[in-house]
Design a protein. Sequence first.
Length: 255
Amino acid sequence: MKAKKLEQFSSDDLLQFLSRSKQLDINIVSISEIKESYTLLEEFDHQSKRKRYFRLNSEDSKDYHLSIGKIEKVVWKNSYHAHQVFGKLVCKPLFFGDLGNYNFFIQEFFHGIPIDFAFQQELINQNQISNILESIEFLFEKTKEESSFLALENELEILKDELLKSFEFSNVDRALLDLLFSSILSDKSNNNENYSKRWSPGDLAPRNILVSKDGNFKLIDLEWARTTHFYDEDWIRLFYYSSGSFKENSFLAKK
């Protein structure tokens, strides 16, 4: 396909490309862009963050979700691993490939909306929210394994190195970063805790927990998924990015 800017791809372009793909074992009959896709294009100026999302309708009446942009292959790997471990908790990944200067990622389509929106629209109540979050926690806890302070320290060092490589820090910022990481290590070493790690989706926010009208739910957006010692951040992040009365949920209050 001739190189194009991300916003120049039309549904017809994509339909022709996918129809010609010999590796894709899906007969696509129609493609429609998901409304929020335009908002994301306008929201992000940085090319690496800009993506477009489409809904694919196939000959077998199944729907699929197509993402296009500068998508790292780790998204595919994380999604595949999570589906192997958790099954129906995540959408099944189907295909990852190149599209000109961009990448595309196809997975099962889930007919749901973010859990906080579902609550606002009174599709679910606080008890149902608690049940969903408890089910997610139960599955997460099943991946927990024993670890050590040394392994925790190594993870923190890797995270620090990744931050320093990804962003330009002044000398003052570097010194503050050293103080922050030293403080975390000191706190962890003085707690006399049994060290453990488990799988984390990396971005457990309400927008990434989708709920359908019949009460089913799935986790999405696993770009930052990993096994980590700092898994308590999942629930802190979920609470922080929640709004209104959703924050008053009894499960979150206990966290």
